[in-house]
Every structure is written in C-alpha cells, then in structure tokens.
Design a protein around this ligand. Structure first.
Ligand code: NAP
Length: 272
C-alpha cells in the first residue's frame, strides 16, 4: 500500500506562504482566541504559534478567562484587528462554535468557522474553507489522485470536516456520499468509494472490510493513545486492501497547519 505523506506538501505550502508574507509591507497577524484551559488545545496553540512565527506571521493569543460567556467571546472575536482569527475549541459547556464564530468577519475567518463561510463554499463563492477540509483536497491533488468523476464517500458530517469537505469535493465534480453514526451497514457504503475520506474520531473504525480494492483512503481522524501517541480512524489491516492511505501522524495533520498559515497570509492580502 502506498503511504500518502503530508509532510513534504506541508513544507512546500509553508515555504510559499512564508515567501508571500515576506513580500507584504507589514507581517500578517493572527489572533488565536481560547476560552477554556484545555491541555491538548494549549499544546496545539503553542505548536501553531511556533509554526506561524517561522512563516513570518505575528501570532497573538487571547484567552478569555473561564468561565467565559458567549457574549464576551463574541466581543473579542468581533473587535480583533488581526488579519486572521481562530476561535480554539473546546469551548465552555453549552457554547457552540458555529454560533460564536458568526462574530468573526468572513474575510478574517481563516479556519472557516463562521457559518457564512460554509454557506459560501456550498454555493461556490470564494471563502476560507476549514483548514482540515482544504488539506484533504490538497493532499489528493499533491499525490495526483483524480477527484473529478470519482465516487467519494465521506464518513462524518461535522461542520468542521465532513460537511465542508463534501462541498469542496462537489465543487470539484466528485460524486459524494456522506455517512454518519446513524448510517446502517457503513461498510456496504464505504466499499463503493474510489476515494474514502474518514473523519469520525473513532480509532480503528475503518478496516479492510470497509474498503474497495485499490481505493484511496484519507484518514482525518486523530485519536490519542494511552502511551501518548496518535492513531487515525483507519485500522492497520486496511493496508491489505487499499491502494493508498494517508498516515497518522504525518498525513492530513501537517497539511492542515500549513493551509491555515497560508490562509492567514491570504487574509492579509498576500499572493501565495
Ligand atoms: P465530530 O464533530 O465528533 O464528528 C464526528 C462525525 O463522525 C460525526 O458526524 C459522527 O456522526 C460521525 N461518526 C462518529 N462515529 C461514527 C461511526 N461509528 N460510524 C459512522 N460515523 C460516525 O468530529 P470532527 O471535529 O469532525 O473530527 C473528526 C476527526 O478528525 C477527529 O478525530 C478529530 O480529532 C479529527 N480532526 C483532525 C484534524 C487534523 O488536522 N488532522 C482537524 C480536525 C479534526 P453523527 O453526526 O451522527 O454524530
């Protein structure tokens, strides 16, 4: 089975974004807003701000002190003067990302969290897609997997991954089927896919029996293991049937971060 790495692609996207950032008269600015003290999220924010720094992006962190109310968070998002704004999850209990992110100006919505951005994607207008969804397309293009006319099955229907990637794929002329936790006999659907995109957040959900011989499998899932590692949603035995699989870690993850940085440079007016 071929491993569709994202590392080289991520490096080339970061370097193009860094070069475009360098051509701007002032460095692009990214604000990351957090509203809980979640450890995994704090780790991600640190790694993102380091990557931003290396790309010539000025990154500032704003933490709205827990317990943060929805209006407080929305005020911070609406008033930021940065070029790009990210609202980091998890959010306080009861708060919904799609609702709060409505306060982010779509021109600054570099992780496509404002429902307006998803709506614009759905009708084919320019908008920032959530970086993970965009990364799925980038990785397929990079490895020359043809999307137009392909039968694609997406497992997962979240606003962050499943739904936006579905629209991006439709915009590229794929025939797309979307599955979720209430889909009966998941394997009978996923086996129809030329390209299978898995974003369920369930380690090992997709095994050899879910995959058509030779299919390309994009594993978006990131599930922490007890020993501090990371595994995807696709089980190891998938390799016996699939033609190609993206690794976890080292597949969609690094490309997601790179795409996010490129979006910040674009939001600042950079030509990447
Ligand atoms: P989410 O909001 O929890 O959505 C998961 C989706 O998967 C839901 O639509 C759910 O169905 C579906 N699902 C769950 N169990 C299923 C099952 N047994 N069979 C079929 N469908 C099932 O998660 P998310 O935010 O979309 O993220 C998905 C995964 O991607 C997670 O592992 C996350 O960590 C990872 N992720 C990775 C990156 C990256 O950069 N690599 C970025 C973002 C997310 P229902 O709608 O019916 O509940």
């Amino acid at each position: 089975v071929i491993s569709l790495s994202g590392r080289e692609l991520a490096a080339s996207i970061r370097s193009a974004a860094g070069a475009a950032a360098g051509r701007l008269s002032t460095p692009p600015r990214l604000t990351i807003v957090t509203a809980t003290d979640d450890e995994a999220s704090a780790w991600y924010v640190r790694s993102l701000s380091t990557a931003a720094g290396k790309t010539g992006i000025e990154c500032s962190l704003v933490s709205v002190e827990p317990p943060a109310s929805a209006p407080e968070i929305m005020e911070v998002l609406a008033e930021s003067s940065a070029d790009g704004i990210i609202l980091q999850t998890p959010l306080p209990d009861g708060a919904r990302l799609a609702e709060l992110a409505g306060a982010i100006d779509p021109a600054k919505d570099v992780d496509g969290a404002n429902p307006l951005s998803l709506g614009r994607l759905a009708v084919g207008l320019p908008a920032f897609a959530p970086a993970t969804a965009a990364a799925v397309i980038e990785i397929l293009d990079h490895h020359r997997v043809s999307i137009g006319g392909a039968r694609v099955v997406v497992v997962g229907r979240s606003a962050v991954v499943g739904k936006p990637v579905t629209h991006l794929l439709l915009n590229r002329d794929a025939t797309v089927t979307v599955c979720h936790s209430r889909t009966p006999d998941l394997a009978s659907v996923t086996r129809t896919a030329d390209i299978l995109v898995v974003a369920a957040g369930r380690a090992g959900l997709i095994g050899a029996g879910h995959i058509a011989p030779g299919a390309v499998v994009v594993d978006v899932g990131t599930n922490p293991t007890p020993d501090g590692g990371l595994v995807g949603d696709v089980a190891a035995d998938a390799g016996a049937v699939a033609g190609a699989v993206t690794p976890v870690p080292g597949g969609v993850g690094p490309v997601t971060t790179a795409v996010l940085l490129r979006h910040v440079v674009e939001a600042a007016g950079g030509a990447v």
